[in-house]
Design a protein around this ligand. Structure first.
Ligand code: GLC
Length: 651
């Protein structure tokens, strides 16, 4: 037997012994791999770092720490890195299907999620986004987005060990794991924040007792001892939560300072102008990646760089930082991809992909398309959606969008108002119409939900509700109206079918697969009552999921059809990532038609966004197969019921 054969035998049968016998060789090989990746990026990384921080010592520390995190990375993850370096498009395959869920709502804790993986597999999900689960103070957590410790899981959810075990189990089951990296701010309970406060208190005591205080931790945030600079900022920085958390600064009476808080007063903005903040946050990022993450969602990324006299959003330094993160990930943990949360107007979103030579995020949320989709439901008019889809479809194919109907946040009406104006719809009154429509106030609307941050000054408001409630299922069940119910289910499925037809990666919001309705119980919880986003963050109802196989139940009808569509999508080559995707005019403003073309294969999706029967005026050559019903048909002036849809492939 050859030496190689022996080695392979030992490697597979006795990995511990293999590691011991060949440790020096393994270390040397690891070092070479790291060195090669570092060499590839070193010059650019150094250049960007120096441009931002002019600090060689801190850069040297960063490189040293990158090596430490690389060394600490488990062998299975290092192997995953090597495989994915050979297949960098792994996350863009047509069978990718995401689902986002709250651990406690879904299964109590991390071990509970692990036990429920068979359900997620039944949902065809292979990318699981766990909503924030790191330690956060109760009642001051912003749904977990106020992190008190980046290295500790919220104790009631489990431990880092449970997380790594879940990641391993997901990987063995062909699933990827995604988590949030909340990098713009920390909780006021984070150690740095506490030290900043203590340091300042000490300093003030010193003023009395002549002792030196330590401002190092204060320099990790933005502190001001009077209103002068905060007032200057307020002139140019818009507000994120105008009613639930007005203003961008919070007064700390204990130390007589203002601190910058773009989001809630207990979320202190980090100062990325300080290289210590950047370095330490990168170490946190790598620590979390090393637990076995495949996707890291960088939360609120446009906000991370602040500069007086600007809106403090999307500044060029943000792109420098994201580009550096991308390189750092490619050096230490190249199997990890970055999902940017950029909830901005389209021209601000796309730059976060970077360029082909200098990429930034691997994936971005298709936020404008999402909002425009709901606009089309309320107006029964797909013209704006078609325009928006044409823009997205004309972008380079490697730009990967994450498509979704609903997520844990509100829907902000970030539409193309310039175009709407040309069609005689002006912004304030159109937003009012949308909010009236979706809260069910508008005559003929069956949608149910609540406003979010209804700003009395700007008259602006966003909207919260689940897909099923927005589609009228809640109203139909309440009114016991069977016709309405059928229509609501059709609307819900049509929207999911349309989402699955778009190019990019579909992301489901947990329990939309069984048509979850709004949950009003948050109003009884004083920690949640003021934040209407909790209307769509209710507990998962397993008794309803239990009906998923019954064709007569709402849950079963949604679950079964959705599941069938997901399977078709993962098998048919017309859903490949490199297909050409176009919209197609069928001469009715309520009907969206999407064409997917791969070589000679031709797929046509037809979606009726109106609550009445409509005809798609079209004359397609050849015979088609309806992929859902398996029937053969011709696509000539196709009639669709209210909210009907078709998925057809040319035979
Ligand atoms: C992101 C989250 C949102 C949170 C905010 C502040 O936008 O999606 O839920 O409130 O960041 O961290």
């Amino acid at each position: 037997m050859s030496d190689n054969h022996y080695r392979r035998e030992i490697f597979y049968r006795f990995p511990g012994i293999y590691k011991y016998l060949f440790r020096e060789e393994i270390m040397k090989k690891d070092q070479e791999i790291f060195q090669e990746r570092l060499n590839h990026h070193h010059d650019e990384l150094r250049w960007l770092y120096t441009e931002l921080y002019h600090n060689d010592d801190m850069f040297a520390e960063l490189c040293d720490q990158m090596y430490q995190y690389f060394t600490a990375r488990r062998r299975v993850l290092k192997n995953r890195d090597l495989e994915r370096e050979k297949n960098p498009d792994w996350f863009r395959q047509k069978d990718m299907l995401g689902m986002m869920l709250y651990i406690d709502n879904f299964a109590g804790n991390i071990k509970g999620v692990s036990a429920k993986l068979p359900y997620l597999k039944e949902c065809n999900v292979n990318c699981l986004h766990l909503m924030p689960f790191l330690d956060t103070p109760k009642g001051r957590s912003d749904g977990g987005y106020a992190v008190a410790d980046f290295r500790k899981v919220r104790p009631d959810l489990g431990s880092m060990k449970d997380l790594a075990a879940l990641a391993d189990k997901c990987h063995k089951n062909g699933m990827n794991l995604c988590m949030d990296f909340v990098m713009n701010h920390t909780s006021e309970d984070h150690e740095w924040a506490k030290r900043a406060l203590a340091g300042e208190k000490e300093y003030q005591d010193w003023a009395k007792k002549a002792r030196q205080g330590d401002g190092e931790y204060m320099s990790r945030y933005f502190f001001y001892n009077n209103r002068e600079i905060p007032d200057e900022y307020e002139k140019t920085v818009p507000q994120v939560f105008p009613t639930t958390a007005p203003g961008n600064f919070t007064w700390l009476p204990d130390i007589g300072h203002y601190v910058m808080t773009t989001f809630y007063p207990y979320q202190w903005d980090l100062n990325y102008g300080n290289p210590r903040v950047f370095n330490e946050m990168m170490y946190n990022f790598l620590f979390l990646a090393n637990q076995g993450m495949d996707v890291i969602r960088i939360d609120a990324v446009p906000y991370i760089w602040k500069e007086l006299g600007t809106p403090c959003r999307n500044l060029k330094q943000v792109h420098t930082i994201v580009r550096m993160m991308r390189m750092i990930a490619e050096i230490v943990c190249p199997s990890v991809v970055l999902l940017g949360e950029v909830v901005m107007e389209p021209e601000k979103v796309v730059p976060y992909f970077g360029t082909v030579e200098k990429p930034e995020c691997h994936m971005l949320y298709n936020v404008t398309t999402m909002a425009t989709t709901w606009n089309s439901i309320a107006t029964r008019d797909i013209r704006l959606l078609k325009k928006q889809m044409d823009i997205v479809n004309s972008l380079p194919k490697q730009y990967t969008f994450l498509n979704y109907l609903r997520c844990h946040d509100d829907i902000g009406w970030g539409l193309d108002f310039a175009t709407l104006k040309e069609w005689d719809m002006d912004e304030p009154s159109h937003k009012r119409y949308l909010n009236d429509f979706f809260t069910g106030k508008y005559p003929g609307s069956d949608s149910r939900g609540e406003l979010y941050n209804d700003d009395p000054v700007t008259q602006d408001a966003r909207f919260c509700g689940t897909t099923a409630s927005m589609c009228g299922i809640e109203a139909a069940l309440f009114e016991k109206d069977d016709e309405k119910l059928k229509r609501g289910i059709r609307e819900d499925l049509m929207l999911h079918a349309y989402m699955l037809t778009q190019s990019g990666i579909p992301m489901l919001y947990s329990s939309d697969e069984i048509g979850r309705l709004n949950d009003y119980s948050y109003k009884e919880d004083p920690d949640k009552a003021a934040d209407s986003r909790y209307i769509h963050r209710g507990a998962f109802q397993w008794e309803l999921a239990g009906k998923r196989n019954s064709k007569s139940s709402v849950e079963g009808q949604i679950f079964q059809t959705l599941s069938r569509m997901e399977q078709i999508r993962s098998q048919e080559s017309v859903f490949d990532k490199d297909c050409d995707v176009y919209t197609y005019d069928v001469h009715d403003n309520s009907i969206l038609c999407i064409l997917r073309q791969k070589g000679n294969e031709r797929f046509i999706g037809i979606f009726n966004f109106s609550d009445s029967e409509k005809t798609a005026w079209m004359q397609e050559e050849g015979t088609f197969r309806d992929l859902i019903t398996d029937q053969t048909l011709e696509l000539k002036d196709v009639e669709l019921p209210a909210y009907g849809f078709m998925w057809c492939k040319r035979m």
